[in-house]
Design a protein around this ligand. Structure first.
Ligand SMILES: Cc1cc2nc3c(=O)[nH]c(=O)nc-3n(C[C@H](O)[C@H](O)[C@H](O)COP(=O)(O)OP(=O)(O)OC[C@H]3O[C@@H](n4cnc5c(N)ncnc54)[C@H](O)[C@@H]3O)c2cc1C
Length: 434
């Protein structure tokens, strides 16, 4: 199989989709370049607390995968980097990758964490959706792979004003390098997999739910961080405005989904399931807490999914209200939610301590540029589009370019992983044909 040695695959993104495809290809003996925009791999799954319907700890099932990817002989991780340009055709793609300066020499760094401990600057942590703080020198999470920090140039006192330098003073291996520059890596690959994932629709774009201006109205990923043992309160659910334990939470599904007049026309597919999950987990953390879920209808097709939603309703005391929320506003230190219960035909008003929105899943804007460079079709929303969604779900119509995971549209983790394995299989087929 001489062609195997020449066959490299370039995977863009390093969430669970990309990691699955990389492991499938790497385990089959092919070389993989895995390019991730963030300093470490794992994507959105790394932000989750537990997963439906088994309530497995997300980190516990993800970490062995991230470690396998990080140590794999055939997988070459290029993190904190983006594809600047890419051209070519099946068998002969050429990509130029722009790697951001981390201001830390990762070859020397042992990941001891001393720099993070001593850094005096704290800023809101993006990984915790702004609910927690991180230092100016940081890793995304304690389980980060690679476990190497980066210095956030914008907030580092030394890089901004030439003051401080504490991280360099305490680093036992002299890995801090304030002079480090961005670098560029040229990569040749036979095939490309786009696995760039999804974003959540922004609260600012949902004025009917306070437009991001009402305290204690947060999105579902932020709530995942509140539930997470590695989150800002070590898994204790506390509301952001005053750190008190919320006794009543309203979950609002379809925030921006299934709303063709104002927002996204489609169903985001996973929100019914994760809202049920979050309301169950909330009840496990706050035993005397009450949660309500506003829904249009429940969509739970998947193995043991419907039983899971039934469990939320019947065993965990979650009150499901069929109807739409019309207004959300601050009143007397609470978040008042006005809505309709279409089953009873009554208007509902709940004075909640916390409101958790399940915003539409939307494409990441930067995926469009990659799609244009590779001549891959995207739909009117910006999702990557398979050539034939029915029979060729991972092929793009461009030979040698494949898609994997939620860059194509909303999917849960099992569907993402299956999609990614399908993409890896197609790459192997291509490479075996030489
Ligand atoms: C609140 C919430 C709870 C959820 N709970 C569950 C659950 O319990 N069970 C379940 O099955 N599913 C759950 N999901 C769904 C789950 O998050 C997704 O199925 C899964 O994370 C998708 O993985 P992915 O690899 O496709 O995308 P992502 O996780 O988004 O990964 C994409 C990666 O690509 C990187 N990237 C993007 N653009 C570029 C670029 N241009 N260059 C380089 N890198 C790039 C990103 O930084 C990211 O690391 C939940 C989702 C939400 C929002």
């Amino acid at each position: 199989m001489a062609e195997m040695d020449r066959s490299h695959d370039l995977i863009i993104g390093a969430g669970i989709a990309a990691m699955q495809a990389a492991l499938d290809l790497g385990n089959a003996g092919y070389e993989v370049f895995l390019v991730e925009r963030l300093p470490s791999i794992g994507g959105r799954m790394a932000q989750l607390s537990e997963t439906f319907p088994t309530l497995d700890c997300a980190q516990c099932i993800l970490t062995p995968r991230t470690v396998d990817v990080g140590h794999h002989d055939h997988i070459h991780l290029i993190t904190y980097a983006e594809v600047e340009s890419i051209s070519g055709e099946a068998g002969h793609f050429h990509a130029r990758i722009h790697r951001h300066a981390a201001y830390v020499d990762w070859d020397k760094c042992t990941g001891c964490g001393m720099c993070q401990e001593k850094c005096p600057t704290k800023v809101p942590a993006e990984f915790d959706r702004g609910l927690g703080l991180r230092k100016a020198v940081y890793t995304l999470s304690p389980q980060a792979v690679p476990n190497k920090p980066v210095i956030d140039q914008e907030h580092c006192l030394y890089l901004q004003r030439g003051k401080c330098g504490l991280c360099a003073k305490v680093c036992p291996v002299e890995a801090i390098d304030y002079q480090q520059q961005d670098s560029y890596i040229e990569v040749e690959a036979g095939a490309v997999i786009l696995a760039t994932g999804y974003n959540l629709y922004r609260l600012e774009d949902l004025p009917e739910y306070g437009g991001g201006k009402v305290p204690d109205v947060i999105d579902a990923l932020a709530f995942e961080r509140l539930l997470s043992a590695s989150g800002p309160n070590a898994g204790e659910v506390l509301r952001p405005s005053d750190g008190k334990q919320p006794k009543e939470i309203v979950f609002v599904q379809c925030a921006g989904s299934r709303a063709p007049e104002r927002h996204m026309p489609y169903c985001s597919k996973i929100c019914c399931m994760y809202s049920a999950k979050q309301s169950i987990l909330y009840r496990h953390r706050v035993h005397d807490g009450q949660s309500y879920i506003f829904y249009i209808d429940i969509r739970s097709p998947g193995k043991r999914y419907d039983e899971f939603v039934q469990r939320a309703m019947e065993e965990e005391g979650v009150i499901y209200l069929r109807g739409k929320v019309s207004r959300v506003f601050r009143h007397n230190g609470k978040v008042t939610v006005m809505g309709a219960d279409t089953l009873s035909g009554k208007q509902v008003r709940i004075d909640a301590d916390l409101v958790v929105l399940a915003p539409a899943l939307v494409p990441r804007p930067e995926t469009r540029r990659l799609a244009e460079m590779l001549n891959v079709p995207i739909d009117e929303i910006g999702w990557l589009t398979a050539a034939n969604g029915d029979l060729q779900p991972v092929e793009t119509g461009q030979p040698g370019v494949f898609v994997a995971g939620t860059g194509v549209g909303p999917m849960d983790i099992p569907e993402t992983v299956a999609h990614a394995s399908a993409a890896a299989a197609k790459v192997m087929e291509l490479f075996r044909q030489g």
